[in-house]
Design a protein around this ligand. Structure first.
Ligand SMILES: Nc1nc2c(ncn2[C@@H]2O[C@H](COP(=O)(O)OP(=O)(O)OP(=O)(O)O)[C@@H](O)[C@H]2O)c(=O)[nH]1
Ligand SMILES: [Mg+2]
Length: 217
């Protein structure tokens, strides 16, 4: 009899969405839950029917007051998603989540760019040593600001913010190569940087993947 293959163990990660107030955390959470099939209807904050803004006061004011948790599954990974409030009055509620996060998703509104509160969050994420992915939304309102926004991230957050929309291109590998010696060595030898090294860079906070929303409302 052939050897039985062990069942693929599902990995579990805890990810928090953080941003300044009104950036679009709850809207993005809603989209992630909908895309993963966790919810069947795409609710909206401005209609008061978002899946995660459950409290009456949240629905009425159109803002998040309490952090909420939702579960989704994607490619053999179970993800606990924590949607946090962006309003400074509820910062303690946001900060509580930092103790349990494996990864953070920092949302930046394409119309506002890096705000004072974004920098405060960035410092907190560094203090808690949390790897960060950056998502820039509201690109439907931001016009052709993609390059300027990437410059802003590099200048105001970290020089190792890299646009993953360019993944696989020469300029992507050049930017990735300078993030560590191992990456540079691999790039000089092969002309590319492999996923294994990229993963290491992300986990050790030497590289911050950035994703810009496509321009649709
Ligand atoms: N045009 C446009 N509007 C967006 C986008 N994402 C979010 N919004 C709108 O921005 C407003 C704020 O969105 P929320 O998702 O409530 O933002 P939030 O970051 O969760 O806000 P707080 O939790 O109160 O900090 C809502 O009216 C959304 O419909 C986007 O990509 N484009
Ligand atoms: Mg919200």
């Amino acid at each position: 009899m052939g050897e039985q293959k062990p069942e693929k163990v599902k990995k579990h990660i805890c990810t928090g969405l953080l941003a300044h107030v009104d950036a679009g955390k709850t809207t993005l959470s809603e989209a992630l839950l909908y895309t993963s099939g966790r919810i069947r209807r795409l609710g909206r904050v401005d209609r008061g029917d978002a899946y995660l803004d459950t409290y009456e006061l949240e629905k009425k004011r159109g803002i998040t007051i309490f952090s909420k948790q939702a579960e989704l599954a994607w490619n053999h990974i179970n993800v606990s998603l924590l949607d946090t409030p962006g309003h400074v009055d509820f910062s303690a509620e946001m900060e509580r989540t930092l103790q349990v996060l494996d990864y953070a998703l920092l949302v930046i509104s394409g119309t506002d760019g890096v705000q004072g509160h974004t920098r405060t969050l960035w410092r907190l994420l560094a203090r808690y040593e949390i790897p960060v992915f950056i998502f820039i939304n509201k690109m439907d309102l931001a016009g052709e600001r993609k390059d300027a926004l990437m410059e802003e991230l590099k200048n105001h957050l970290d020089g190792s913010c890299v646009d993953f929309g360019n993944a696989g291109t020469e300029s992507f590998f050049e930017e990735t190569a300078v993030c560590s010696e191992a990456a540079l060595e691999e790039y000089l030898e092969t002309g590319a940087v492999g996923n294994g090294v990229i993963r290491e860079l992300i986990v050790s906070r030497k590289l911050f993947p950035c994703f810009l929303a496509r321009r649709c409302a």
